[in-house]
Structures are given as structure tokens and as C-alpha cells.
Design a protein around this ligand. Structure first.
Ligand code: NOJ
Length: 570
């Protein structure tokens, strides 16, 4: 099968199904709702959809705990409805990728139910079982096999009396890790991939895929490491490349599909081991975390102000680090991070900073992902108490803080700064009572409260306003798609030391593009670098209605952004 690398021209829209659109009126987002919004998604100019997990799941981690890999969560619809959505998406030129979560399953998956029942059953070796360091149940003084932390819920091991053994869970207790060293498990992963590819999906976003191979010795980590103890023994583990190559050669090579792997704590050099183009390429790109001010998804809890220089440095390192051999992914929001305007921009200059943020990443080299609501500038919500959180990782962070004696008011502040709930409030479609999220005639109440600011910030209002962020996203995405330089060009950064401006050029394919974004409410000054004659360039985008120049320079108003283009033949 010839791989066409279609993903290099793609722009994806991420749907977190529970909060996107409720079509049947029960207060929970679903595929009936998605079906009614396909025209809207296509109107953004994007060319693909990434669905966060749609599978049956007890929803302990909102679908990242899968009970059955071969079906659709009945709350969201069924396989027939999924086929209709897929067909509707394809008819509109939208490819569809599924979330593939195979580092772990739900503890309610049949495989785990059997595995935990005895040491001697068909699934006994499908998960990572070990005897305790000290034998017996914890209440009888038994201790876990090693000192690793889970990323969600205290220690990484849970005791199972029926086996008198412990199972590993890098995430919550309800998310036991699969034993990928077992060839039967790897064949099952292949079967899952084929099942969805044969239905017609176009690829996968692979959840924490760099975690799938554990150091078989499962050694203790240094007790001095304060959190995520053990990660160095399971991230980029001994067989990860072998297993990913198996999936590629046995399955992915036979379909014109794409993969993006989530990769916490990774350098550009390590990323090349996964993504460098060639016969042994394992993934088409990886999702990295450095530009999010985090090594991994959970360090948002460390309070630190946004540092533009650090952001630019991270972006630059990845743009140049992969340029010769591999392809980048680009994102600013997803279901795991607070809203980007609240984090890196300004709620006061919401539309302006949203436009600047859009330009800061949409013209980079790589495949951009836009998260639901990002395109209308949804912002963080406000929790009055930590108990309002619905997020398993937040519960755990707060529990740890409380154990350390952190005052309740600080726990609440940190929750409001970092919780994943911010990205998971229902999508704001209109100014009505449920923000237009609840459809049908069921009169359901949204499963999570809508952000009260939906009265002003919503799709219907943005659609009526030609200067809205939504209108800007549409223009920016269209522009990106028609300029070869965005796919082909090199990356050059200016004003590196500035803590106010992010300016970069893309050069190649007979074009030059200059992107200048302000990250401050102060007036900032930009003078064009040698060789860029602003008056001769085409102003393609500006975050304000006019774009005055002074000689070959300009002053940027709060959070202003501009994009200039030169066609070299002209
Ligand atoms: C990463 C996913 O993005 C996140 O939402 C999930 O909680 C963890 N992986 C565990 O699956």
C-alpha cells in the first residue's frame, strides 16, 4: 500500500464526545449530536476529526478506560450510527481518526475480569501481575512489588486477593496496564486496529503509546523523585520500538492511514526514533508537551506564569529538530489542559489574544489540531469548590495536596488553575440555557455545568460577527491550506529574546511568510528583518481591522498579530 502522506496537508478538529453536542437530550454529548454538526466542522476548513474515545466504558477517566474495543458507548450511539457519522464526514472531505488506548484497559473489560479471577485462566498473563515484595494483603502487612507512583491515584499497584498478587496501573486503579510483552496482547491490538480501519477510519491517535513496554525487572525508582516515580522504567521502554514496528508492518502499512502518538517526556532526538521517515517509521508524528509548559500532561499543577521565551524555545527546538527527517504535530489545546486563552493569552483581550495564539501555531510546520471550543475562544470555567471537579486526576492531586497539609483555599486555587474540567465544559453553541448543548426534546441537564460566559461566547454569536475569532480561524485555516510554504518551508525565528513578541518566517516553495504575534497588552514595536519589505508584501491576516506601517516597521496593539506573504517571482 502506497502511503500518500495526506496528513501533511491536514488540519484536525478534536472532539471530546461527552461535551461536544447532545443530540438525544439526555445531557450527554453523543454521535447524534456530532451528525448535526458535521457541516459546522467542515465550515471551519479543517480536513479531519480526531475522536477522543467513543467506546463502551465505565467513564472513570471519561473513555480512556475502555471496556470493549469493538463497539460504541451506548450513551453515544452504536456502530451503525458511527458508520453514518464516518460516511457523513468522508462526504464532506473530513478524515476520521480514533483514539487508540492500549497501554491500559478498564478494570471492567472482560479480559481484566478474567485475568484477575485466578492465576490460571486464558487471560492470566494479559496484565502486569507480580507478587508483593512482602507477601500477603496490605492489611496483613503485604507490600507492593515496587515503589512506583501512578499518575492518577497514589501507588501504581493494586492488590487482588483472588490471585494474592498486585497489578500495575500507571493511571487510575480502574485502568490496569496491559502486558504488551505477551504476543497474544499484541495480536489483539492488531485486531483492534484492523477492525476500525476496515470500518473505514483513517488512523489513530495513540494514547501514551511510549509507555507500552515496561522494564521487565520492574526495579524500584529513587525514593528522592517526588512524583511519577518509575516513569524512567516504562517510558520509551526496552521493546517499544519493536512493538510499534510490528503494528506498522502487520497492520498500518496495509492502509493509507496516519498515526499520532502521545509522547510524554521526550526530546526531538528521541522522537526521531519513532517518527523518522523510512521503512521502519513507527508513527507519523508525536504529541509532545514541552510547549505546554509541562513535560507531561499533569505538571500543569506546578504554578508558573506563562513564559513566552520558554514557549518559543520549545517550539523552535521541535520545528528545527524534526525538520530534516520527521513531521510535527501542532496543538495548543486538548481535553487535558486548561483553555489556552486563560493560560497563555488574556481573558480581557480574549479575541485579540485568541487570534495571536492561532497565528502562533497554525503557520508552523506540522499538522495542526484545533480542540472543540478553541475556535470560538472558550475560556476556563470557575469551580467554587474542588468537589465540583469531575476529573479523576484532579481528585488525586487534591488528595495529595491535602495529605501535605496544603490549606483548602490553596487547593481550590490550584484546582482552578490546572484542572482538566476547564477543557471539558459543554461546547457553547448559543446563548440559550444549556448553551445549545442539549438537543432533542429530552430536556436533559448538561452532565457538567456550562460556563456562564456562554451568554457572550458562543458559536451563534461568533458566526454573526465578521471580526470574531471564529471568522479568523476560518480565514487562517484556509490560508494555511492554500500556501505551499506552510508545508514545505523552513523555519526562522526573530526577536528570540523578546518576552512580548513571537515572530517567525517560513521560507520555501517560492514563498516567504512572516508571522508576528504579540503576547502582551503593552504596545510593542516590530521592525522587519533585512530582506522583508512589508509594504511590498501581502497582508494576509491581521488581528485588528487596520494595519498601519511606519517605514518598514509597525507598532503592535494589545495582542495584535499579522501575517505577511511574499511570492518570490513577483
Ligand atoms: C492521556 C489522555 O489524553 C488522558 O486524557 C488520559 O487520562 C490518559 N492518557 C490516560 O489514558
Amino acid at each position: 500500500m502506497q502511503h500518500t502522506q495526506w496528513y501533511k496537508d491536514a488540519v484536525f478538529y478534536q472532539i471530546w464526545p461527552r461535551s461536544f453536542c447532545d443530540g438525544n437530550g439526555d445531557g450527554i454529548g453523543d454521535l447524534w449530536g456530532v451528525l448535526t454538526k458535521l457541516d459546522y466542522i467542515a465550515s471551519l476548513g479543517v480536513t479531519g476529526i480526531w475522536f477522543s474515545p467513543l467506546y463502551p466504558s465505565p467513564q472513570a477517566d471519561f473513555g480512556y478506560d475502555i471496556a470493549n474495543y469493538y463497539d460504541i458507548n451506548p450513551e453515544y450511539g452504536d456502530l451503525d450510527l458511527f458508520r453514518q457519522v464516518l460516511d457523513g464526514a468522508h462526504k464532506r472531505g473530513l478524515r476520521v481518526i480514533m483514539d487508540l488506548v492500549v497501554n491500559h484497559t478498564s478494570d471492567e473489560c472482560d479480559w481484566f475480569k478474567q485475568s484477575r479471577s485466578s492465576r490460571d485462566n486464558a487471560f492470566a498473563d494479559w496484565y502486569i501481575w507480580r507478587d508483593g515484595k512482602t507477601p500477603g494483603a496490605p492489611e496483613d502487612g503485604g507490600t507492593p512489588p515496587n515503589n512506583w507512583d501512578s499518575l492518577f491515584e497514589g501507588g501504581a499497584w493494586e492488590y487482588e486477593p483472588a490471585r494474592n498478587q498486585w497489578y500495575l496501573h500507571i493511571f487510575a486503579k480502574k485502568q490496569p496496564d496491559l502486558n504488551m510483552d505477551n504476543p497474544q496482547v499484541r495480536s489483539e491490538v492488531e485486531r483492534i486496529m484492523r477492525f476500525w480501519l476496515d470500518i473505514g477510519v483513517d488512523g489513530f491517535r495513540e494514547d501514551v503509546i511510549t509507555f507500552i513496554s515496561k522494564d521487565p525487572a520492574l526495579p524500584d525508582d529513587s525514593p528522592l523523585i517526588p512524583a511519577a516515580r518509575g516513569m524512567k522504567f516504562y517510558n520509551h521502554g526496552p521493546h517499544v520500538h519493536e512493538y510499534l514496528q510490528q503494528f506498522r508492518h502487520n497492520v498500518l502499512d496495509h492502509y493509507d492511514c496516519m498515526t499520532v502518538g502521545e509522547a510524554p517526556v521526550i526530546s526531538p532526538e528521541q522522537a526521531l526514533e519513532y517518527c523518522a521517515e523510512g521503512p521502519n517509521q513507527e508513527l507519523n508524528m508525536v504529541f509532545t508537551f514541552e510547549h505546554m509548559g509541562a513535560d507531561c500532561m499533569f505538571t500543569d499543577w506546578v504554578p508558573r506564569p506563562f513564559d513566552l521565551r520558554a514557549y518559543k524555545q520549545a517550539v523552535g527546538a521541535w520545528q528545527t529538530g524534526l525538520a530534516a527527517h520527521a513531521w510535527n504535530s501542532l496543538y495548543l489545546e486538548n481535553h487535558d489542559h486548561p483553555r489556552i486563552i486563560s493560560r497563555y493569552g488574556s481573558e480581557q483581550y480574549r479575541v485579540e489574544s485568541g487570534k495571536s495564539l492561532a497565528c502562533s501555531y497554525l503557520f508552523l510546520r506540522g499538522t495542526p489540531f484545533v480542540y472543540q471550543g478553541q475556535e470560538i475562544g472558550m475560556t476556563n470555567t470557575h469551580l467554587e469548590s474542588v468537589e465540583e471537579s469531575a476529573d479523576v486526576s484532579t481528585f488525586n492531586q487534591v488528595r495529595r495536596l491535602r495529605e501535605l497539609g496544603v490549606p483548602e483555599s490553596v487547593c481550590l486555587d490550584l484546582t482552578n488553575r490546572a484542572t482538566r474540567d476547564h477543557a471539558r465544559t459543554p461546547m457553547q453553541w448559543d446563548a440559550g440555557p444549556s448553551a445549545g448543548f442539549v438537543g432533542g426534546d429530552g430536556g436533559g441537564i448538561p452532565w457538567y455545568p456550562v460556563n456562564p460566559n456562554h451568554v457572550d461566547i458562543n458559536v451563534a454569536a461568533a458566526d454573526r460577527d465578521p471580526d470574531s475569532l471564529l471568522a479568523f480561524y476560518r480565514k487562517a485555516i484556509e490560508l494555511r491550506r492554500k500556501l505551499p510554504v506552510v508545508r514545505e518551508g523552513s523555519y526562522r525565528e526573530f526577536k528570540r529574546a523578546s518576552n512580548a513578541l513571537y515572530a517567525y518566517a517560513r521560507e520555501g516553495a517560492g514563498q516567504r511568510l512572516l508571522v508576528v504575534c504579540s503576547f502582551t497588552e503593552e504596545i510593542a514595536y516590530f521592525s522587519a528583518p533585512a530582506g522583508f519589505d512589508l509594504a511590498a508584501g501581502e497582508l494576509c491576516l491581521c488581528g485588528y481591522p487596520d494595519a498601519p506601517l511606519e517605514d518598514n516597521a509597525f507598532f503592535l496593539r494589545p495582542y495584535e498579530c499579522r501575517v505577511y506573504l511574499w511570492n518570490d517571482e513577483s
